[in-house]
Design a protein around this ligand. Structure first.
Ligand code: SF4
Length: 373
């Protein structure tokens, strides 16, 4: 079991309460981006292209707490940028633990080992370490040699000190299924609690535009990687989301499920697409034309998106929306996925995915982006 029972119970009771209250749109995970600056400049990242004056800004702890209280989601994910570059991150984490929020602090782990002494192990705090595959692939993806070994050392140190640790892995075109399977073995042998997988989103600002997966490529890649999964592998995500990545289960995006708050406010409409901001969470829910997003909308920005921040809340909602959703999730959890995949049929040749707008390649290359410490 990759997630503690208390966390599962908190999420289940929260979702059931939203259902009983008849709320159609509710947040599940707040994506709290306290800063955009990073000590890496990954080729697939669409978050670090802001001017230096923006990269130097950060949310105060009070702004973080206000956003968390306003949103009410039981889980707070802290991506960035690199959250450990925020000098008040321990204070922010402490404040969120006091509020009994389950925190996933996403980090490239370059500063994690040194920073551990500033945190206290808690069931509410998980370090979610960015690991994009085995050593060679990871170092290539983050555009710096040696990062895999630093991250592995930090994971070991964090586990030894009693912290919860998971990994998050973004996959791109060219990922080799056998090597990714070997990587899963390595991570589980280290003792991480679970692994989170997602295909990369085709950020128009990302320097590398050639390796984002189209939707039908995603289905094929995840089918290969996850065929005959090993018992030891634990995934820190809903089984319905995993089946969605394999093309075996249909989900539509619920972008309000993972709302994003950063130095500009509440980002419209989602963590990936930036079409302006509102100053309150209530305004975000009211102002966004939600029907304009998701695969069915025909919006080219959404055509190939299968990212966890859009679809993981959909999977959780599907679990609790009907008896069949609950039974399917229970079956997948207890007995694993069926050996046979659903025929992809039209999904495999759907022209929308191949014809989705190709974002323009920006002028700056990864090593020309500012890397701030
Ligand atoms: S499909 Fe992806 S890009 Fe579109 S709204 Fe959902 S999460 Fe955002």
């Amino acid at each position: 079991m990759s997630v503690p029972i208390s966390q599962m119970w908190t999420v289940a009771s929260y979702v059931l309460k939203q259902k009983l209250l008849g709320r159609k749109r509710y947040p599940l995970v707040l994506m709290l981006e306290p800063l955009f600056r990073c000590n890496l400049a990954c080729a697939g990242c669409g978050k670090i292209q802001f001017p230096v004056e923006i990269l130097r800004k950060q949310l105060t702890p009070e702004q973080c707490f206000q956003a968390v209280d306003e949103c009410g989601a039981p889980i707070v994910s802290i991506p960035g940028g690199e959250p450990l570059l925020h000098p008040q991150m321990p204070e922010i984490v402490e404040g969120l633990i006091k509020r009994k929020k389950y925190i996933y602090l996403c980090t490239n782990a370059l500063k994690l080992e040194k920073a551990l002494s500033q945190f206290t192990p808690s069931k509410y705090l998980t370090f979610s370490v960015h690991m994009d595959g085995p050593r060679e692939e990871h170092d290539h993806a983050v555009c710096r040699e040696g990062t895999y070994d630093i991250a592995v050392s930090a994971i070991k140190a964090a586990l030894k000190q009693g912290f919860r640790v998971t990994t998050n892995t973004t996959l791109f075109d060219g990922a080799q299924p056998e090597r990714i399977r070997g990587f899963f073995d390595e991570m589980m042998e280290l003792g991480v609690e679970g692994m989170m997988l997602s295909p990369g989103y085709s950020y128009e600002k990302a320097p590398d535009q050639d390796h984002f997966l189209k939707r039908n490529q995603t289905y094929r890649l995840f089918r290969e990687i996850l065929s005959a999964p090993k018992k030891a592998w634990q995934f820190n995500q809903s089984p319905l989301f995993v089946e969605f990545l394999k093309g075996n289960y249909d989900l539509e995006c619920t972008p309000w499920g993972n709302p994003t708050y950063n130095i500009f406010g509440w980002q419209k409409p989602c963590y990936l697409v930036d079409e302006g901001h509102t100053q309150t969470f209530a305004e975000l829910l009211e102002e966004v034309e939600w029907d304009n997003y998701g695969t069915q909308s025909g919006n080219p920005k959404c055509a190939n998106c299968m990212v966890h921040s859009g679809y993981e809340p959909s999977a959780v909602d599907a679990t609790f929306s009907s008896l069949s959703g609950l039974v399917k999730t229970a079956r997948l959890t207890l007995f694993g996925a069926p050996k046979q995949n659903r025929p992809l049929g039209d999904l495999d040749t759907d022209q929308r995915f191949d014809e989705a707008e190709t974002p323009q390649r920006p002028e700056r290359k990864p090593n020309e982006l500012p890397v701030l410490q």
